[in-house]
Ligand binder design. Sequence first.
Ligand SMILES: Cc1cc2nc3c(=O)[nH]c(=O)nc-3n(C[C@H](O)[C@H](O)[C@H](O)COP(=O)(O)O)c2cc1C
Length: 182
Amino acid sequence: MAQTRIAVIVGSLRRDSFNRKLADALPSLAPAGFEFVQLRIDDLPLYNQDDDANQADSVKRLKSEVKAADGLIFVTPEYNRSMPGVLKNALDNASRPYGQSAWAGKPAGVLGVSVGALGTALAQQHLRNVLAYLDVPTLGQPEVFIQHKEGVFDESGKLSESTRKFLQTWMDAYLGFVKRHG
Ligand SMILES: Cc1cc2nc3c(=O)[nH]c(=O)nc-3n(C[C@H](O)[C@H](O)[C@H](O)COP(=O)(O)O)c2cc1C
C-alpha cells in the first residue's frame, strides 16, 4: 500500500537545533503507513524575482519535493517574534513564479520550540498568515508552543516522556487532518 508522505521543514539551520531534534522524533509518533522526509532549505539562494524564469536546481528540488508530499509539517523557532528568514526564504522560493507555487492545497501542521516563554507563538502566527495566503490549510488545534527548558528533552537529547505524550495528541490530530484532505 502506498505510504502517505509527510514533508518536514525545519526553520533552523543550527547544528544542535532543538527544532530539528523535535522534527527527528516525529516519525516515532506515527503509525505504519506514513513516511517523513526532512526537506533541505540551507542551500536555497536568497529569493530574487529576477531568477523566476531560471530557478536554481535547489529551488526546483524543493518544489518537486513539496509537490510530491501529501502533507507538510513546519517545525520552527521564533526569531525576533517572527519566523526565521531561512524559512520565509524557502516559502518565497517555492511559491514562484507567480501561478506556479508548490505549496497550494497541502495540509500543514505547525510546531515549534524556542527559549522564550511564548514558545514560538508569534512565529507560528506569522507563519500561519503566510500559509493562508499560499492556500495551505493548517491544523488549528491542538496548538503546540514549546518553551525549551529542563524536562522537554531527556539527557540524551531525545524527547522526554511527557513531551512525547503531549506531541502524540497533536500527531494523531494532524494525521487525521491530512487524511481528511487526501
Ligand atoms: C536572531 C535570533 C532571534 C531570536 N528571537 C527569539 C524570539 O523572538 N523569541 C524566542 O523565544 N526566542 C528567540 N531566540 C532564541 C531561540 O529561541 C533559540 O536560539 C532557539 O534555540 C532557536 O531554535 P533552534 O534550537 O531550533 O535553533 C532568538 C534567537 C536568535 C538567534
